[in-house]
Design a protein around this ligand. Structure first.
Ligand code: SAM
Length: 288
């Protein structure tokens, strides 16, 4: 597709990985109507507001960056509604959107989706097995994130690769509780992003809701995890990101990925499982 949008800072030779630098709120406005098959968005959670967390066993301030500071409930809602509205316009009639978040932003995102006419399909709970302890001892340990999955409208006939997901879950229907470890060190070889998502999470999302050749968009691309998952499985990707350091990191990840990995989703899923019978089989294990 000829996308004359924003400033392209990286385009792969195969035309399957494009990075745009700029503000998603502005750039999304330049995309044509109905041009994207699937959106994954990991928007600001608006949680960098002076709280404390535990990093490497030590107390640290929660500060992901200026982009993650809350401007108050109303302004945060307007922000979420604005980009979600653009994404709905850009999605094809049968397209779907995934949005990750925590209690800080997910209710605002969900309400905006309902108001805009999306059809909510699932609220996936991503369970992190070994979360950092809660140092204040005044709350339960935060061990989950939510990923909302929605179709463009009530009328959408959305893509769900049910059989593939069932096969990946050892022949049982895959549930909405996903136990996935945080990104491994092998996923951070080219640098660190403060909120990088595990590739396994994005692979499951891409494989469950798209077909090879589909166009996937991530308006808050960060270190490009969505694009790596898309490229790994023969989907096309466009990522939007404000920060040039993260764009460079994404391009490096893509180049390493396309030189060292083969696209072979079925082979990966069919490999013999060392299964407990309790955990879903990872769709793809990054070689260590
Ligand atoms: C939660 S992180 C995404 C992390 C990503 N999923 C990954 O695995 O690396 C959100 C990203 O959105 C970027 N960002 C924040 N506001 C933005 C905006 N208005 N337009 C484009 N990017 C934005 C931030 O720089 C940050 O890298």
């Amino acid at each position: 597709m000829d996308m004359n949008v924003g400033k392209t800072v990286f385009k792969s030779e195969r035309d399957d990985f494009t990075l745009l630098m700029g503000d998603a709120l502005k750039l999304l406005g330049d995309f044509p109507d109905g041009s994207v098959d699937m959106v994954f968005a990991d928007p600001p959670y608006f949680l960098s507001n002076g709280g404390i967390t535990c990093r490497s066993g030590r107390q640290a301030r929660v500060d992901k960056g200026g982009w993650d500071r809350s401007e108050g409930v109303e302004a945060d809602f307007r922000f979420q509604a604005a980009w979600l509205s653009q994404c709905r316009r850009i999605l094809k009639p049968n397209g779907t959107i995934w949005v990750s978040g925590t209690r800080h932003n997910i209710f605002s995102v969900g309400f905006a989706m309902q108001r805009l006419g999306y059809k909510l399909l699932n609220d996936i709970v991503w369970f992190k097995k070994n979360p950092p302890p809660n140092l204040s001892c005044r709350y339960f340990t935060h061990a989950t994130e939510t990923v909302l999955w929605a179709a463009r409208s009530e009328k959408s006939r959305h893509c769900f690769n049910y059989t593939l997901m069932k096969k990946a879950n050892l022949g049982k229907q895959m549930q909405s509780l996903w136990t996935i470890l945080p990104p491994r060190s092998s996923e951070k070889l080219f640098g660190r992003h403060p909120t990088q998502k595990p590739i396994e999470l994005l692979e499951r999302i891409v494989l469950s809701s798209t077909q090879p050749g589909d166009l996937v968009l991530d308006p808050f691309s960060g270190s490009g995890t969505t694009g790596i998952a898309a490229a790994r499985h023969g989907r096309r990707y466009i990522g939007i990101e404000l920060n040039p350091d993260y764009l460079e990191l994404s391009a490096q990840r893509y180049m390493a990925e396309t030189h060292t990995h083969v696209t072979a989703e079925v082979a990966d899923i069919e490999r013999p499982a060392v299964a407990t019978g309790l955990e879903p089989l990872p769709l793809y294990l990054t070689p260590q």
